[in-house]
Write a protein that binds this ligand. Structure first.
Ligand SMILES: [Fe+2]
Length: 225
């Protein structure tokens, strides 16, 4: 039997996440580095997204190209492509049209969040502070070292980010996604009051869904959810 097919990057990432996040203890530095190294090799086509172009033409609204790939360039709203989720971790992709902002939000109780850009690297709005550890793209990030880790990001050009969270958001398990409003304090430049938004999904945030069209993921049957 010829089983020499090369493993896809998304399979490598799944296998690594499955190993690292299924263990009892928190991942160690080497394991995080291992995940980061895999994450940083991703290109758009590795997750079924057409290459982004340099011309930056506005999204056509057509989510799928004739070649059977998601048109990263074509999305006109923030678009989430779900890949996989289990109790330990989740994997998905956010595609951003140019100029769209993902509002201030947090990651309660999560030990790993990773967002490498797989479109134009480094083309998100420059941060006021960089997050201390796991966030790989340029975010606006507040209190990253004090447990708050509240941040937003704005895409300057069309791009996609590969979103790996461990453990995933879960309302039932006390890890809801919460969004915030910030009110700058004029007398304290650089500081702002934060107010928790009561709505689950802010009305200024539109997130559409699109199917995952990348290489198929081989997971145990009882892992599917
Ligand atoms: Fe985030």
């Amino acid at each position: 039997m010829d089983c020499k097919m090369e493993k896809s990057k998304i399979q490598m990432l799944y296998d690594a996440c499955n190993y690292v996040f299924s263990q009892e203890e928190l991942p160690n530095f080497q394991q995080i580095q291992w995940l980061k190294n895999i994450l940083n090799t991703f290109k758009a086509v590795d997750v079924g997204i057409d290459e982004f172009r340099l011309d930056g033409s506005p999204g056509s609204g057509e989510v799928m190209n004739s070649n059977g790939l998601i048109s990263g360039q074509g999305v006109s709203e923030i678009t989430y492509i779900h890949i996989y989720e289990c109790d330990q971790f989740s994997m998905g992709i956010f595609c951003f049209p140019a100029g769209r902002t993902f509002p201030l939000h947090d990651h309660p109780g999560m030990t790993f969040t990773s967002k490498p850009t797989i479109g134009f690297v480094g083309r998100l709005v420059a941060p006021e502070q960089m997050s201390s550890s796991m966030h790989h793209v340029n975010h606006r990030s507040l209190f990253p070292r004090s447990g708050g880790n509240i941040h937003s990001f704005t895409a300057l050009t069309p791009c996609a980010i590969l979103d790996v969270l461990s453990p995933p958001y879960s309302d039932d398990l006390g890890r809801p996604s919460t969004y915030f409003l910030d009110f700058p304090i004029p007398s304290l430049p650089g500081y702002a009051w934060l107010e928790e938004r009561e709505v689950k999904l802010p009305c200024d945030l539109v997130v559409k869904g699109a199917p995952y069209l990348g290489p198929p993921l081989d997971v145990p049957d009882d892992d599917l959810c």
